[in-house]
Design a protein around this ligand. Structure first.
Ligand code: TRP
Length: 474
């Protein structure tokens, strides 16, 4: 394989470098399909990363396959602040060139958050009196901000509330969308605290080619899937921005306060907005920030503005909350704490996350057992070897195998998971057998979800979505 050194890009024009990068991308894809040696693939990926960094230096743009460089050579200074290096992670896209997925340790450094280490997991167990959820035991929730402070306060009988959300861009939700809700439900149960869920139908209207009515309809339909996760109606308020914003003076006052304390320059730096983005987008981050402050919900918190908020979310939402934490002290509110999750990988591999707009990349909550079986068998990227003989000899690679990754999200039994990992790595377990285990794990989970969703009536949705007092003692 080519050595990293000596294969530089010195003296190349942007277009030449672009062509070199696309050719190298092809090489890597070929290596992967040939199941080449791991070391060779890694060397090739390293070179790709280096070329990408060179490309960004030379053109000021991120390399994108299929998009040759524009002829401007002036580096733009208002791109999303988080795009340096290789992994792209922002609220609108997630991608990496590594089959293992995004490098989450690097992301912690780049975003300035903290790692959820064993000590914190132990502490959550101690304070809640419950065994840690598998998402914590397995590093799926891997990063946090201020979780220790939340636990300190809780130990001193100062309670907190949970806030999470969903951008309703279609009726179709996939299993990846459930991750934050499954975890939030666990947090609600073990800490016995209220929860607010924001449905950002306004956000989807601003970003997508959809009508207001569509977005609002999707918010209500998605709320049914969320309710099916088992939230306690006495402790949960789900709201559509389109409905709640206009009806709640307290909420809107907070939105305006936030808007006054964040400049266009700041959101440009955080989100990469440009002069041609509509003004709705530019002011939207204030709307996603507002639920982090307890007095946005006077019906729940009796106008108290000092109840701490904990936000479980996927790491791509962090830019919103970096902004929120930055303004909080300036408008006299506590900063929200955060728990960040990794992404749920697409069936085709961890280079990108599952997408609701690509039917072959996702397992939908409406899929039949047969569809689940076919999709896993047909599309789930395998870390196994091409022939049974080779597989038995060299074993499979669980670090890039999507079926194995999905099992880490959904298989509850730690011992069983470890056994599968060992047997797959040694070659004792074949890809087909691993896929069968995943299929048999997912089918009942999805079927049960469908059963629970069927039981969610319009009346229940209305109840969850009505502003009202919740059970909350402080
Ligand atoms: N912007 C999020 C999305 O598109 C929705 C959202 C709003 C959210 N508030 C949140 C997600 C708080 C997590 C936490 O999905």
């Amino acid at each position: 394989m080519t050595d990293c050194k000596g294969d530089g890009s010195v003296g190349l024009t942007p277009l030449e470098l672009y062509e070199k990068l696309s050719a190298h991308g092809d090489t890597i894809r070929a290596l992967k399909t040939e199941n080449a040696d791991k070391a060779d693939i890694e060397t090739a990926v390293k070179l790709l990363l280096k070329l990408k960094v060179d490309y960004k230096k030379l053109t000021g743009e991120d390399y994108k396959a299929g998009c040759p460089p524009s002829d401007t050579t002036v580096p733009s200074d208002n791109g999303p602040a988080s795009d340096e290096g290789d992994d792209l992670v922002n609220p609108w896209s997630v991608s990496t060139s590594s089959a293992k997925g995004v490098d989450y340790d690097k992301l912690i450094v780049r975003f300035g958050s903290s790692k959820i280490d064993q000590e914190l997991v132990d502490r959550i167990e101690k304070v809640s009196g419950q065994r840690a959820h598998r998402f914590l035991r397995r590093g799926i929730f891997f990063s946090h901000r201020d979780m220790h402070q939340v636990l300190d306060a809780y130990e001193n009988k100062k309670s907190f509330y949970l806030y999470t959300g969903r951008g309703p861009s279609s009726e179709a939700m996939h299993v990846g969308h459930l991750i934050p809700f499954i975890f939030t439900k666990w947090l609600q149960d073990v800490f016995d605290i209220p929860l607010v869920i924001q449905m950002t139908d306004d956000e989807k209207y601003l970003w997508k080619d959809l009508t207001l009515e569509d977005c609002h309809h999707f918010a209500v339909e998605n709320a049914k899937d969320i309710i099916a996760c088992g939230f306690d109606v006495n402790k949960t308020f789900i709201f559509s921005d389109l409905d709640y914003m206009g009806s709640s003076p307290s909420f809107y006052r907070n939105v305006v306060k936030i808007q006054k304390h964040v400049t266009f320059n700041q959101v440009k730096g955080i989100f990469g907005f440009t002069d041609s983005d509509c003004i709705g987008k530019i002011s939207f981050p204030a709307i996603q920030a507002a639920p982090s402050f307890s007095n946005s919900f006077p019906q729940i918190f009796n106008d108290r503005k000092d109840v701490t908020c904990l936000i479980p979310c996927a790491i791509d939402q962090d830019p919103y909350f970096r902004m929120t934490r930055d303004v909080a002290p300036r408008i006299g509110y506590p900063k929200p704490a955060l728990l960040h999750s990794t992404f749920f990988p697409a069936l085709q591999g961890a280079q990108t996350k599952m997408s609701a707009s690509d039917a072959t990349s996702s397992i939908f909550l409406t899929d039949t057992p047969k569809q689940i079986k076919n999709k896993v068998n047909k599309y789930a990227f395998s870390g196994g070897k091409d022939t049974i003989e080779e597989h038995r000899k060299y074993g499979g690679n669980t670090e890039v195998d999507v079926s194995f990754m999905y099992l880490t999200f959904f298989l509850e039994d730690d011992e069983q998971l470890e056994k599968i990992r060992q047997e797959y790595s040694s070659g004792a377990l074949l890809t087909g057998e691993l896929k069968k285990m995943l299929i048999e794990t997912l089918q009942p989970i999805i079927a049960e979800h469908q059963e629970k969703r069927k039981q969610v009536t319009e009346d229940m949705v209305k109840q969850f979505m009505t502003p009202r007092k919740l059970d909350f003692n402080y």
